[in-house]
Design a protein around this ligand. Sequence first.
Ligand code: XMP
Length: 507
Amino acid sequence: KVLILDFGSQYTQLIARRVRELNIYCEIHPYNKIPTSIEEYKAVILSGSPFSVRGDDAPHPDLSQIRGKKPLLAVCYGAQYLAHFSGGEVAPSNTREYGRANLDFVKENEAFFAGISRGSQVWMSHSDTIKHLPTNGVLLASTHDVENAAFKIEGEQTYAIQFHPEVYHSTDGKQLLENFLVHIAKVNQDWTPQSFVEETVDGLKEKLGNDKVVLGLSGGVDSSVAAILLHKAIGKNLYCIFVNNGLLRKNEFENVLKQYEGMGLNVKGVDASARFLDTLKGLSDPEEKRKAIGNAFIEVFDDEAHRIEDVKWLAQGTIYPDVIESVSATGGPSATIKSHHNVGGLPDFMKLKIVEPLRMLFKDEVRRVGASMDMDKDLLGRHPFPGPGLAIRILGDLTREKIRILQEVDAIFIDNLKSWNLYDKVWQAGAILLPVNSVGVMGDERTYEKCVALRAVESTDGMTADWVNLPYEFLQKTSNEIINKVKGVNRVVYDISSKPPATIEWE
Ligand code: XMP
């Protein structure tokens, strides 16, 4: 496996993505927590950073266990760090160097640049520049503005580049990573979904033995794939709980429960709708609603878990982006866990040990792992759906009637996306019930009814998103069907805001 030391760059996760695309397993660790089991890693990559190496508060880790002992690739800040502390010179550049550049010199017959020629486009993002190479440095490539764009250290397997190979705009970036990892560091390309399943199932068997494990299923991709992996490892000792909070999509509780049973899972469906609606009564503030739902979930789940005798473990579908510890721009490593994700959100008094079989996977890898276990395509392709469900798509306070209206509207929208073959082209879609009534006319009567917004976005991780340009004809038919079929709605609008500055959900 490969170690990526994070100096806080916004691109660190992208380095990991690119390495995984080469079917090579890698882990990100903060620069100030270098793993003690360093001998397990076959190569090390140093990330970029928002800091200047010349600053007092910049990351200055001790690399003596790594440098000269393992193949090392230093990117951007990493490259400057090597230069600055090994006899080179780093200084502010005259012009800040951002964006596109092309290599106008590439040293010939270098394994590191095999298959990459002069003219190759690279992406720069730095304000310091390497004025002089470090001791034993050999220049490998330059661009028009950056003479020392790539170098190696003679006598070591140490390589450094000023540009970012991990961004798509560096057109040969993946080739460069392959040259370094596969041809120079000789790392095996053996990370495949099948190998992951085999290793994980063996590992779970050993770890869990005959212990009982409880898992909360949500109907989403992550918890479902986690359940199937655990089921393969421990069979009936996996107790799944699927809670109906009354805020799911239309018929979702019944349908998904049946699907889980069909997959052979030992699953208990708990209909706690009334309890959830009760605790939500009168609440209209989004964060208060979220809190109330979170607490109710914990209570219901805890009640159910206590009915399982002797349960020792709590399994969760946590994935890599939820757990990566990265370095914040203000220093010190900080956990970038989104508050609205239920990671580690269960109470201490449950005293269960935690098992998270997907902890090291990115979302698309979770889908690939699921597909390699022959899981249902529709389930694996399901759009993300927020834990608090329709509660945060009904702006303001909740009533049964509002939930019914939104479920009907949402079902028409989603069914139409599917029948028009648009569902898979959209990252996430849903309907929002607005807290306003507006005037309409139906037949000869004036109406004063609800307005709903439709939202469909493209995204890769939910951090940024753009609205989808759905065909007018689709919008026309869908709007018409909603107004004709859903009693209480007389107006439909389409949300054309990107994130940022808007968010995907309205609350
Ligand atoms: P926003 O609205 O922040 O949403 O742009 C980004 C992604 O997160 C989901 N989301 C939530 N998921 N609990 C969740 O489990 C929540 O409270 C929550 N709020 C937003 C949202 O659906 C989108 O995928």
